[in-house]
Design a protein around this ligand. Sequence first.
Ligand code: GLC
Ligand code: CA
Length: 563
Amino acid sequence: MKKQWWHDKVAYQIYPKSFMDANGDGIGDIQGILSKLDYLKDLGIDILWLSPIYQSPFVDQGYDISDYYKIGEEFGTMEEFDRLLEETKKRDMYLVMDLVVNHCSDRHEWFQKALKDPYGPYGDYFYFRKGKDGKAPSNYRSYFGGSTWEPVPGTDLYYLHFFAKEQPDLNWENPKLRREIYKMINWWLDKGLAGFRIDAIINIKKDINFPSYEPDGEDGLVHCTKMVENVEGVDEFLEEMKRETFQKHHSFTVGEVFNMKKGALEEFIGEQGHFSTIFDFSAHELGHGKHGWYDSKPVEFKEWRKTLFASQLEAQGIGFKANIIENHDEARGASRYLPDYARNEKGKKLLATTTLLLRGIPFLYQGQEIGMTNWECPDISLYDDLNTKDQYQEALKAGLTKEEALQVCHDNSRDNARTPMQWSSRENAGFTSGRPWLCVNPNYREINVEEQEGREDSVLAYYKKLISLRKSEEFRETFTYGNFVPAYEDTESVFAYYRVSENGKKVLVAANYGKEPVTLEIQGEPEKILLSNAQRESTLAKEIRNKGTITLESCEGAVLSLR
Ligand code: GLC
Ligand code: CA
């Protein structure tokens, strides 16, 4: 496999609005990020991905962009952004931005012009279609609920939006539009950006006949991904974009790709693939309900392990996946993948051990490194996220009580991850001196950076150890390129694997998610305990020496090198 600069890096997602507010308006900003760069460097982070900071009306929290060339006023100025670029480079870090080009904002100049003249040149930047028999052109349901087709007042036309109606989809069939997008991408890369996280990108290819399908719900609609799954040809767009932009700059790209066709992984992340990597969402999809959040189910350990193993083995020999336990669209990993009895610091370290040493590029999400958890929002009106509001209604429609519907949001809301970063136990978690745009999770008094920085056995301290082990001179090669080999699969409560590299090094990562202790027979010749989430290195080492076994208590994990 040809080596690339990003293969051995550790990435971190910043959700700028909730990261750090420097000017007291309750909204995180670029100055805030600047003030925390040393914190991130110290944690061991190389690549920073910023969720959108472009100009936006924030209907979907910046994923609705009204000017791709402007920094949103809330976040700061272009000069401040340039400084951020400079300061990350000074620290040998790489800055990656969000690329949202399946759609733009309805306030974007292109769309405003298109509305005025749907048959004119800008009309062709979007999908305007005539209705059928007084109804929408087809029966697709958007990601955020309701039809994907919005009527244009005073005409017989509708426009297409896969997400909110304020996020009209861009017409990638139009070469002029594609050129505009490539120009914009290159403009940012020329500035010195290291690459992009690429939003919702699988959706850019449409079946322009917009056929209706068999409804999959009582609303008579079918999820718009049905069409995405049926249409061919997204590869040509992705290849052209890569050729015209990323390839020339040797950029790092990570795709947000759902609904990929079977067997297409190589086209996406192979050596000649469309992207450097794509997120591994296989574990997230496990809990998804058939109809929505209200029928989602808790992730079951054995299924989770099986899924991740399969995903690891699938990528091996093809390329790298980007491994996550959470992001700005998901519940917190610690509240999702850990059984009740493991929802504590030991369990959070266990989860970190398991997931950070997998084969692939680890992405941490802000707050994960201190073990931030889901937010028990006391009232539906306090949520900001449009998806949450829609799913709450769906839950009520399906017959759930208000309390039950709120519980569904507690478990699934995107706002779980969007509450402000918990820096300290001071007011508003030290995030802002003003009024935060979204409630702070009240558990900031116990869970915060300041407290953990002062404590050697904190989750934060453990993340640092883990990252530095992953990147250590001795094991970097093994954790980056080493093969993933499942281990102890017949031990029910254990998530274990080897990383085996060509240079002969072998490491065992073993984690006991069960309630009871387990004893594992060590295969091969043990060398040393590299890490224990329970600070039991010496006890474990002794047992291995004396008996050739390792006994892991409930929620205990260890990393062991073998000869
Ligand atoms: C992606 C983003 C999400 C956004 C959506 C529409 O899934 O991660 O936050 O709402 O795309 O842009
Ligand atoms: Ca601010």
